[in-house]
Design a protein. Structure first.
Length: 288
């Protein structure tokens, strides 16, 4: 095998790594690095063989390593998903007061810090004509303590509708800030189902909409994780419905979210909300 061919294979591997990085990160970088090293090292290890045989053996070893890593990661993701808890199996109104006590583990400490995932299907029926943030769901230590615009002092995390707008705001309290760490999703459609998940991994919080990562922030300090998961716990609850709310003590990726979440909302109404008539419409595209 000529040096030109070695350089060509190296460039191809790097291009594949760059392309696939957006579909499988960061594990893919490890896989592609091992794949590239296998190609080069195996070539020199078997330098006495014909270059075709060396290439076949190198590619085989690289594929074998990639498959081992892939199924190891897949198995770990499945294990993480098995720890999840489905809090709502059906649909409840946003003003239906429900509290879910989260037993240990609250989250699982990983090398990068604590982790958790909280998410479910949300249907915004309409925007209330009030000056306060409209509470959707979240985790809080004190649902009765809020500021002048209705935002709780304990958001671990909490999801709101911003006053007089169709924007969703995710707030994550830390040891140094109660309400300053926010993710804002603008132009949320009304009367369509959305799956909203908040995933915390160390000091990084990512918001997923319909199982796609939309926005991410870096917190200013260690996030808080105490309290119970609540819906309808404030006077400023939103006008709408929540379906199939799920909590996991680990940071789930897209595959993990799909494994623990239903691919469509469950419109079986539970609680004391009365009968509901609606057309099930799921947003299947992103917005600005």
């Amino acid at each position: 095998m000529t040096p030109v061919l070695i350089i060509t294979i190296t460039i191809i591997c790097l291009l594949v790594a760059i392309f696939l990085y957006f579909f499988w990160k960061p594990t893919l970088i490890i896989v592609l690095t091992l794949l590239l090293n296998s190609l080069i090292y195996t070539y020199y290890l078997l330098f006495e063989s014909h270059w075709i045989i060396r290439t076949i053996i190198a590619v085989g070893i690289a594929i074998g390593i990639s498959l081992i890593i892939y199924y190891s990661v897949k198995s770990k993701s499945s294990s993480s998903s098995s720890d999840s808890k489905q809090l709502i199996d059906g649909m409840v109104a946003g003003n239906n007061q429900m509290t879910f006590i989260v037993n240990n583990p609250l989250s699982v400490n990983q090398p990068n810090g604590l982790e958790y995932t909280l998410g479910g299907w949300v249907f915004i029926n309409g925007l209330r004509d009030i000056q306060s943030y409209q509470y959707i769901f979240g985790r809080t230590e004190d649902p009765n303590s809020s500021n002048s615009v209705g935002m709780l002092n304990s958001n671990n995390p909490c999801v709101y509708i911003s006053p007089h707008t169709n924007s969703i705001v995710v707030v994550c309290s830390t040891f140094t800030s109660k309400q300053d760490n926010r993710i804002t999703l603008s132009n949320i459609p009304i009367q369509q189902w959305l799956h909203i998940s908040v995933v915390c991994k160390g000091a990084t919080v990512t918001c997923y909409v319909n199982f796609k990562p939309i926005k991410e922030i870096r917190l200013d300090s260690v996030p808080l994780q105490n309290g119970d998961i609540c819906i309808g716990c404030t006077a400023n609850s939103f006008d709408g419905y929540i379906s199939n709310l799920v909590y996991a003590p680990k940071a789930l990726d897209i595959n993990g979210l799909l494994a623990v979440s239903s691919t469509a909302p469950n419109d079986n109404l539970i609680g004391n909300s009365g009968p509901v008539s609606m057309n099930i419409s799921i947003l299947d595209s992103l917005w600005n």
